[in-house]
Each structure stands twice: as structure tokens, then as C-alpha cells.
Design a protein around this ligand. Structure first.
Ligand code: GLN
Length: 271
């Protein structure tokens, strides 16, 4: 038996020594014990040896900069929980803006495509909020496995399939959304350990200038979007102008939406 307070102290010390905010100890304890942080009885709870070992194991992983989402294999996005693993990008808060904006355009019964779906969090969040026909594709079979699991857990009306960008996509859509890889190849290696060590490179690397996938989408979009359709994509914090330039020749209107940090984040394209 071991007092939770002691485990908490040990955990905080270990995290601080690894340069990680010691307050994360409480998040890890909360996840591990399945008790909301505010309800954890820190001064009275006794832990079993097994619980102690399990917590210390997770603290050690966090000390190696594994993100909490990857340690517990779950993440919250748009108000619900998703399973994740090392084969998918951990859902980012920033990406909720893509869903929020997409939902402004999607009407019931629309055909919607989510390219580069990863964990499926964007497609599923859309399907949970509007009764549309949502398809989700990804080049990675391992990512698709995660997406399919999430679709099942949420009972979401989403059809997920493997496709290298548009390769296996059929027909035209009212709305296409995508959070493609958009980090410049050279910049990937400079990202924080949490990202470069634990998010899949394939989900981050957008080629030399980070824009490869936007060019690919721009080249093919007319074949996959209905005439009055809308394309919404997440972009990097400084890519607004470059992405606008890429879509200039195929678009009748391009809007760049800023996120809560005032960075470029979502591009909305009408063709
Ligand atoms: N937003 C992610 C990051 O900053 C990158 C996601 C992406 O490339 N689509 O790490």
C-alpha cells in the first residue's frame, strides 16, 4: 500500500527533473484512476502496489516526452473521446476549427469526404453532428484500423477506406475536408519531441515546402467536388498566402480563417 499523496509527490519530482510541467502528474493520476482531477482524494486514497507500479510506468513514459494521449491511447476531440495509437496523429485542438467551419456548410444528406483521416476524428465529429454521407480515406492501413475502431465505438455513419489521396475515391462531393501533412520536411526534425518522436512522420511531412498535398488536392479537386461544393483544409500557421496562391487558378473564392491564436488555420475554397 502506498499513499496517493506520496505517489503524487514522486511523480511531480520526476516530471520536473525531465523538464515537464509537474502539474501533469495530476492529469496522469486522473486518467489512471479514472477519477476527475477535482474529485481525486489525494490525502486519503491508498494505492495498491499494482496501481503504484502502473502510475510510475506512465510517469516514466511521460518523462521520455511521450504525450499523455499516446500513453493512454486516447484523446478528446470536439467533446468526445477517440482511441489513438502510434500510427495516427494525436488530435489537436486547432483542428476543431476545421470541423466547426465544415459544419457551417454541410447539410443533411450531403456527400462529404475527409481526406487523410488518420484517427477519423474529423469525419466522425462531422457525422455525429449532421446526418450526411461521410467517407473517410487514408493511405495508411494502420491508421485506418484506428479510424474504423473509432467509427464503431461512436456508431458513426462513416465509410472508411484505404486510398492514396484521391486514387480510390469515387464520385463527386458537396464538401471535402482535409488535414493533410503540412510540415516542411526539414522542419519536422526540429519539432518538439512529443511530436517528432510520437506522431507518425507520414502524418506530418508535407514535402520540401510543406505544400505537396495542397498542390495534389488543387490539381484534382475539380474531378471530386460538385460545382457548388466547398473544400476546407487545415493549414500551417504561416501557409495562408502560399495555399491561396496554389488554389488561385481553380477557385472562385478563397477564405483564410484564423485560429484562436490568430494564426492561419483553415482555408475555405469554392470552385
Ligand atoms: N498541427 C500539427 C503540428 O503542428 C501538424 C499536423 C499536420 O501536418 N497536418 O504538429
Amino acid at each position: 500500500m502506498c499513499k496517493l499523496n506520496i505517489v503524487r509527490k514522486v511523480s511531480k519530482n520526476r516530471l520536473a527533473l525531465s523538464g515537464i510541467d509537474e502539474r501533469e502528474a495530476d492529469y496522469i493520476l486522473s486518467y489512471e484512476l479514472n477519477i476527475p482531477i477535482t474529485d481525486i482524494p489525494f490525502s486519503t486514497l491508498d494505492l495498491s502496489k499494482k496501481q503504484y507500479n502502473s502510475i510510475i510506468k506512465k510517469i516514466k513514459l511521460r518523462c521520455r516526452h511521450m504525450p499523455i494521449t499516446k500513453i493512454f491511447k486516447k484523446a478528446y476531440f470536439y467533446g468526445v473521446e477517440f482511441v489513438i495509437n502510434e500510427h495516427v496523429l494525436s488530435p489537436r485542438f486547432d483542428t476543431e476549427l476545421l470541423v466547426e467551419k465544415a459544419l457551417e456548410y454541410i447539410k443533411p444528406n450531403d456527400r462529404v469526404l475527409d481526406l487523410c483521416t488518420g484517427s477519423g476524428c474529423v469525419a466522425i465529429s462531422i457525422a455525429k453532428n449532421v446526418d450526411a454521407y461521410v467517407e473517410a480515406s487514408d493511405i495508411s492501413k494502420k491508421a485506418l484500423k484506428v479510424a474504423k475502431k473509432n467509427i464503431k465505438v461512436h456508431g458513426a455513419k462513416v465509410e472508411a477506406y484505404q486510398s492514396n489521396m484521391f486514387d480510390k475515391v469515387q464520385g463527386k462531393f458537396n464538401v471535402i475536408v482535409s488535414n493533410p501533412p503540412y510540415i516542411e520536411s526539414e522542419v519536422v526534425t526540429t519539432l518538439e519531441n512529443e511530436v517528432k518522436e510520437y506522431d507518425p512522420l507520414i502524418a506530418l511531412d508535407g514535402g520540401v515546402d510543406g505544400l505537396d498535398f495542397y498542390r495534389e488536392i488543387a490539381n484534382k479537386i475539380k474531378n471530386y467536388l460538385l460545382d457548388d461544393g466547398i473544400l476546407l483544409m487545415e493549414i500551417g500557421y504561416n501557409q495562408g498566402d502560399a495555399v491561396r496562391e496554389i488554389f488561385k487558378s481553380v477557385a472562385t473564392n478563397i477564405e483564410i480563417v484564423k485560429d484562436y491564436n490568430n494564426n492561419d488555420r483553415v482555408v475555405i475554397v469554392k470552385i
